[in-house]
Design a protein around this ligand. Structure first.
Ligand SMILES: C[S@@+](CC[C@H](N)C(=O)[O-])C[C@H]1O[C@@H](n2cnc3c(N)ncnc32)[C@H](O)[C@@H]1O
Length: 221
């Protein structure tokens, strides 16, 4: 089994199940043109986020890590009427590209993008009583996973769904004594979710166009 077949099966899933989506294709093209790294979720993962938001009946979504807004757009489209997604991004160039992508996809009115270090934006959201959010997607700098999970708990309610991306990392999550900060961050997400009695969670190992990785998913009790 190789990345080639995983990517081909991802293409099959998209061809078999998804409508053609020129707006999202244009978003990925704009990200490429603007030099953004191709580290957005895959189409199949974006659709999974959107389905989870719909299953949850989400009106308020929080995303940590916007990049060019590809995952934001998937989730924004899944919001219930009058819903809103707040997305947090450190890099002003990424944020500028994302804003233009939100206009392109027709979701600007449903998206609030806050630029700056997410830990500061999260403190501000908490001070403004912006929560509770129905769904929280964590996909930024991995060493901060425990800090983001901690803020996610403060901005949640019983029933909030929390999803954390890139927690498998080609299986490197098994590397107990490793020093790779991203792997340490992935393991920290497991420790946090496993160690907090208010959270009930699992993780899904995923292969596909983006390689071998996965989401941790938890619900707040
Ligand atoms: C993996 S990308 C997000 C991908 C996006 N969720 C998607 O699937 O389309 C991670 C993003 O987090 C941003 N980021 C990194 N550190 C951050 C921080 N401390 N605060 C906010 N954003 C940060 C990066 O600039 C990058 O754009």
């Amino acid at each position: 089994m190789s990345k080639k077949i995983w990517a081909a099966v991802d293409d099959y899933i998209v061809d078999a199940l998804f409508e053609a989506d020129p707006a999202l294709d244009a978003v990925l093209a704009a990200n490429r043109d603007q030099g953004l790294p191709p580290i957005d979720v895959s189409p199949a993962q974006g659709k999974l986020l959107s389905l989870l938001a719909r299953i949850q009946g989400a009106r308020k979504i929080l995303e940590i890590g916007t990049l060019g807004g590809y995952s934001t757009i998937w989730m924004a489209r899944a919001l219930r009427m009058d819903g809103k997604i707040v997305t947090l991004e450190l890099d002003s160039h990424h944020a500028k590209v994302a804003q233009s992508n939100f206009r392109r996809a027709g979701v600007s009115e449903r998206v609030e993008l806050r630029v700056g270090p997410a830990l500061q934006s999260l403190a501000a959201l908490s001070a403004e009583n912006a929560g509770p959010f129905d769904l929280i997607f964590i996909d930024a700098d991995k060493p901060n996973n425990p800090n983001y999970l901690s803020w996610a708990m403060r901005l949640s309610r019983p029933g909030t769904v929390i999803i954390c991306d890139n927690v498998i990392r080609d299986g490197a999550v098994l590397d107990e004594g490793g020093h790779d900060a991203n792997v340490v961050g992935a393991r920290a997400a497991f420790s946090f979710i496993g160690g907090d009695k208010r959270l009930d969670g699992t993780a899904i190992q995923m292969v596909g166009a983006k390689g071998y990785d996965g989401f941790a998913i938890a619900i707040v009790e």
